[in-house]
Design a protein around this ligand. Sequence first.
Ligand SMILES: [Zn+2]
Length: 706
Amino acid sequence: MSYNPPAARRLRVYAFDPQAALNLGSAKFGHATVSLPWNDPADGEVLPGPINDYVEIIDADPSSQAFYEPVNLNAIELLAQDGLTPSEGDPRFHQQMVFAVAMKTIKLFERALGRKIIWAPNWDDQNKTYRPTHKLRIYPHALREANAYYSRARKALLFGYFKAVDRRAGADWIFTALSHDIIVHETTHAILDGLHPRYAEATHVDSLAFHEAFADIAALLSHFQLYEAVYEHIDRQGGSLDQTGLLTGLASQFSSGTTGHPSLREFIEKEPDASLLATTTESHSRGAILVAAVFDAFLSIYKARTADLLRLAAVQPGSGRSLHPDLTARLTSEATKCADHVLRMCIRALDYLPPMDVRFGEFLRAVITADTDLIPDDRLNYRLAFVEAFRRRGIFADQCLSMSPDSLLWERPLVEDPKAADFLDTSDVLLSELNLTPEFSRERIWQTAESNRKKVWYWLVQPEMKVAEDCKISQADFNDMLAKARLAFSDVASAPGPDSPWERFVTDYTFMLINLGISVDHLNDLTKAIRAGETHFDRWETFFNAIMALPTINDGKKTDEAWATALGIRFQQGRRPLHTINGRDGIPSVEVHSVRTTRRAGPDGQDIRQLVIEVAQKRRGYFDEAVQHAEDTGKGTGQRADFWFRGGATLVIDLRDCKPRYIIRKRIDDGTRLAEQRAFLTSPPDLGFTYDPGQMREPFAMLHRS
Ligand SMILES: [Zn+2]
């Protein structure tokens, strides 16, 4: 006899942490149950560990040299009772909890982003390509210290445990792996690093503060989705129902009850002070201002959504009368819905941010633009709530004339500029080459994204080429051949030889290559020269230079220059060269960080499909301005850079009409931004940051150590 599979796998966790579960005030809602999708066919089985397609819990404790038996969530005893009962003493419960909360966070991001989460890959310098990180490793007992962090080098979450200083906390040992807050926070760091690997670089007072703030916004708003906890709180507050105090009290209760990063919530209950941002430079405090701004937006949206309920119930603030349980239930469900909505607004903004050097004001613009794209009519004034909350905390968008939601939208210079129409059309060529078929398994998503990424890269760095009029080959056939060449050469895995994709390409296209003017002898030499190339990059360059050198081919410089300007980078040095741009033989190198497709559904049936491409370039930066000038102009000694200065853009293409919609750009030749980064990196250490390249390998470990 067979049965239908269950809808969900339910797992019990601490709603906050073990201390809060013991506390009489919060004991009622100390436990929560997380529902995860039941064996999604694309996600694979949940194996003992737990291990699934996303994460791998490894419970080795180096300081006690212990290796704890991995929990088997498929054991019949656990399936029958929503997993193990919350317990501080059972390491298997610790494994269950980190797994459940990390997976819940992953699924939340996936729902908002409209695609699957992919972890930050590792750069394989030998083959000049990225290697995927299949599973994020999670070590529930990695450190014996009051710290927990996302390790960029190991692509792992490391949780520490330590002896309680204050025994009144009720425990001898405090386990960070049992704090809901900390697990969501660290998982968010890992997800954000997969999306925007350059955000972990300290380039501005906002950069690391943004990472911290975002991780904490996710942790804080996830709490407001725990129905029982919010219900209990509203019920208790009901008698003196004052809308402002209704949820803020809960926020501080959340942070005081945990071993998390309370400093990130320090401004939540304080009256906004717009001048504070200018003087706050320490990452956590500065991040706390952003957390408070998002929280204020959440509160005002909640207030707007519940005003009618309170009027209907005719509740007098301060009347001392307790609320009807039905009203408490309605208020609670509004609070959980609002928290979910605000968090999704924040997550969706991640695709509308520049690839590097992010600023708080840009985050606001990204939130507004992403939300406008999905929900054009802001009937409930959610966007206004964000703008108002950010303004009151002193967070402004630098290049905007006003702080109205309309003027905060990212510009669409390309669509409005008729001169640009010419080069925009070239993106059709690109889109026709990419594989945009939706994939379900993360392995396939990664492979498709990688092959798309390489195609975009080849397409970008290859100068535009025009076939001469008297040539026997048409422009269309030539473009088609180049597309095939890009496909063949970008196959990194194949070993050189007659069976490799690119040699087969040369064989298949021999006739056309000869028609373009390559002699048979030349073709043989060319094949040998390509074979000698060590990387796919070398091989492509050799082939490409040979084509460029043909008298039948002219380069179409204009289009390339238009793209370079639009993306804020350089393909060629041009008339005012910047010798500090990283490159080879005087030609600037271009990186394509990622190419990803998203699909989002709006509340009124909107169906947004986008392609997001991140392009970047790096330039040597020097602490000494005179040295910078000398190196920029090629008069320096080529000395080692003090830091990397990056430029580039996020290109958002609307797949419904295949037109670029936004280009969110940070110019590589932006002198002001370079000066800002230099000033930040050389600022005195008491400003909360000391530049140490060694530290930058694990920035989050340093940020979290208390
Ligand atoms: Zn953090």
